[in-house]
Ligand binder design. Structure first.
Ligand code: AMP
Ligand code: TRP
Length: 346
């Protein structure tokens, strides 16, 4: 390829945001407070790409029909939460094959030792590592490709993705060094924002709230109705003490810390402000307040999501248009990448 204007990527804006979410079941309050809410805010001052990462989901077996349904559900949830698919770009990952191509190049950049250190792989592979898919092992390389296919600079995520983003930084740095192209890929900035960067299970304050937890009572789903939300909060694990008056009192009380953190995040206030209001009280009364806040916040989202899901064809069209727009941004970056690597192409 010759370096014609048409094949050279347009300069990337100084701040381009990318983030992804897996379509593997219902979105939780953890996804919402740790990630999606920040995605919505970032739309005001940045160019944003948000991606339903269906190819990442395949690292664990997915029933095909369930995967399609979950992709549409997550897309609907994102729109219901306030993602603007017209102003910004919303699509599912497999619509743009540039991610997979760049991930292959990154498989050849990332080192075994780097991936061996990934705690999420260890958690997800469990005891039976020999039987984990190789996709699960190289999952962070695909994640780096998702971001760098667009030369995105900022990535809003929850706390659990920090290590993966460090790997994306290492890949960008090694690529730029090995091929002697100092600024070819940006060194991405993680954006881990808000009070609730790690929302914990309602049943166990030491485990992350997760859509894959076998117990549905451990999480609040964005699809839960008001009765279900109230019930889950009523049954949430606590301890016998009253709520502490300041954050130091959370020491050794992970469930109390988690519930107050959720309460504060839903009310857009700091934990110390929340404790000024509920500190010293009993869990029973606090749980009622927490349920009221959660319901007031989540039920309009659930309603809008259900409305959007009445027209799945429209969701598919929207994702497809997003995919086309994403491809238009990544294609010239991939063309430059092939050239840098010495691949013969046109
Ligand atoms: P995932 O559901 O693993 O695809 O995660 C999508 C986004 O939600 C990522 O940015 C995660 O860091 C974030 N996230 C998932 N679970 C939680 C949680 N329990 N607390 C805070 N953020 C979370
Ligand atoms: N690995 C992320 C998670 O499980 C999802 C993800 C995939 C992602 N690609 C990404 C997040 C790129 C940020 C940027 O939560």
């Amino acid at each position: 390829m010759t370096d014609t204007a048409a094949q050279t990527a347009a300069p990337t804006p100084s701040k381009r945001v990318f983030s992804g979410i897996q379509p593997t079941g219902n979105l939780t309050l953890g996804n919402y407070l740790g990630a999606i809410r920040n995605w919505v805010t970032l739309q005001d001052n940045s160019e944003c790409l948000y991606c339903v990462v269906d190819m990442h989901a395949l690292t664990l077996f997915q029933e095909p029909a369930a995967l399609k349904e979950a992709t549409r559900q997550v897309a609907a949830a994102l729109i219901a939460c306030g993602i603007d698919a017209e102003k910004h770009i919303l699509f599912n990952q497999s619509l743009n094959q540039d991610h997979a191509e760049l991930a292959w190049y990154f498989n050849c950049v990332a080192r075994m030792g780097w991936l061996n250190r990934m705690t999420q792989f260890k958690d997800k592979a469990g005891k039976n590592r020999e039987n984990a898919s190789t996709g699960l092992f190289v999952y962070p390389n695909l994640m780096a490709a998702d971001i760098l296919a667009y030369r995105a600079t900022h990535v809003p995520v929850g706390e659990d993705q920090k290590q993966h983003l460090e790997l994306a930084r290492d890949i960008a740095i090694k690529f730029n060094n090995d091929w002697e192209k100092p600024d070819f890929f940006p060194v991405v900035e993680p954006l881990i924002l808000g009070e609730a960067t790690r929302v914990m299970s309602l049943r166990d304050g030491s485990a992350k709230m997760s859509k894959s937890d076998p117990s549905d009572m451990s999480r609040i789903n964005l699809t839960d109705d008001t009765d279900m939300i109230a019930k889950k909060i009523r049954k949430a694990k606590t301890d016998p003490e009253d709520l502490p008056r300041d954050a130091d009192g959370f020491e050794g009380r992970p469930e109390a810390r988690n519930l107050v953190t959720i309460y504060a995040a839903l009310g857009n206030e700091s934990i110390s402000d929340a404790l000024r209001d509920v500190g010293g009280g009993q869990f029973g009364a606090f749980k009622q307040k927490l349920a009221d806040r959660a319901i007031a916040h989540l039920s309009p989202i659930t309603e809008e999501m259900n409305r959007l899901l009445e027209d799945r064809a429209e969701i598919d069209r929207l994702l497809f248009r997003g995919g086309e727009r994403a491809k238009a941004l990544s294609a010239p970056i991939l063309a430059e990448t092939r050239e840098v690597l010495g691949l013969v192409h046109h």
